[in-house]
Design a binder for this molecule. Structure first.
Ligand code: GYE
Length: 348
């Protein structure tokens, strides 16, 4: 009796052991297959016909940026190029992560808008080691030039020069100092450095032009509004804009978003700025509307429509061609002296 009971017990343990072993084997097989599948999903399908572009955009801080992104997506679709897109939410660390993920995915080309000039050498070295060419879009960087194939974007220096030339011409008959207040964009970005440098290069020709203050508005409408509000509330004057008691004769704003924010506060506080020369950069529709309404004097264009040219460069690189180190987009300027009936809709 006891023997029979023991035999039954042993058989039951053996049966359970076999079940456990089979279950473990099945689990292991599922784990391996799933892991392999995940690994392959991180790398592109080698048979993929389409060119794959990894694109890291800095964010959506302005209408200009939004149009820039749209232009790139539209052009990619027209050229049958697949985009892997990342919005960095204005953080460089997110761009570094995105570029590394593009490398893992083995995209054909990487393009990105470097939010600031420094801190790109390591990740671009990784891209170079992976054999993936890189194109800088919109902004430039301080890095070994061999780490990227070329730059496509605006000539920020010339944009700054155009703004200054307009101001010099506007004030050519004015005697006495012309006090300039500058609202600059994102600190340490190449475009801010260039727009500031180009502007200063031209006004340096006449000592009556003095920049009395430069404030970082980070290209944001909210900051432009806040900067103007601080000027207005601290001066308690309604007959113009003042900085530390000094009348501001001209405002040089590095982008329309900040300019429009400044106009918001001017309107909210009902300040008279009819004698204040306001110069802005970008040329989004709202700033052109403000120019035509007499609220601005000059709008320097910075063309966000980089998509078509970028796709040409991507295809050239993918075919092993060398691309130009620098490719500028065509840009112009709009001023109070124009025949506004000739203006076309800006599209952003
Ligand atoms: O002027 C501004 C955007 O990098 C040229 O960034 C671009 C600038 C543009 O936020 O509106």
């Amino acid at each position: 009796m006891v023997k029979r009971f023991m035999n039954a017990k042993i058989k039951k343990i053996q049966f359970l052991s076999i079940i456990f072993f089979l279950a473990s084997l099945i689990f292991l097989l599922i784990f391996i297959l799933t892991k392999n599948k995940n690994n392959t999903s991180h790398t592109k399908n080698e048979n993929s016909e389409k060119l794959i572009l990894g694109f890291s955009q800095i964010g959506s801080e302005s209408a200009w940026r939004t149009r820039n992104t749209q232009s790139i997506f539209e052009a990619a679709a027209e050229n049958d190029i697949q985009i892997i897109f990342d919005d960095a939410q204005q953080k460089q660390e997110n761009q570094l992560k995105a570029i590394r993920s593009f490398i893992v995915y083995q995209v054909d080309v990487i393009a990105f808008v470097p939010i600031v000039e420094d801190g790109w050498d390591n990740v671009l070295t990784e891209a170079k080691d992976a054999g993936i060419p890189v194109i800088l879009v919109d902004r430039q960087i301080n890095a070994d030039p061999s780490l990227y194939a070329g730059f496509l974007g605006e000539d920020g220096l010339e944009e700054g020069r155009r703004a200054a030339r307009f101001l010099l011409n506007k004030c050519r008959n004015r005697t006495g100092t012309v006090s300039i207040y500058e609202m600059s964009g994102t600190e340490n970005s190449s475009v801010v450095r260039d727009r500031a440098k180009g502007f200063r290069e031209i006004i340096a020709s006449d000592p009556k032009f003095q920049i009395i203050h430069s404030e970082d508005g980070d290209f944001l409408r909210s900051r432009g509004k806040e900067i103007a509000e601080n000027l207005i509330t601290s001066s308690c004057r309604k007959d113009g804009l003042y900085y530390e008691g000094q009348k501001i004769d001209a405002v040089y704003s590095h982008n329309d978003s900040m300019t429009l924010g400044m106009l918001d506060s001017i309107e909210n506080y009902k300040v008279y700025t009819g004698n204040t020369i306001i110069i802005s950069v970008d040329a989004e529709q709202k700033s052109i509307d403000a120019l035509q309404a007499g609220k601005l004097n000059c709008v320097v264009e910075c063309n966000p429509n980089l998509g078509p040219k970028l796709m040409e460069l991507v295809k050239d690189i993918a075919e092993g061609k060398t691309i130009p180190r620098v490719t500028y987009n065509s840009e112009t300027m709009f001023t109070e002296n124009d025949d506004f009936s000739t203006y076309q809709p800006r599209g952003y």
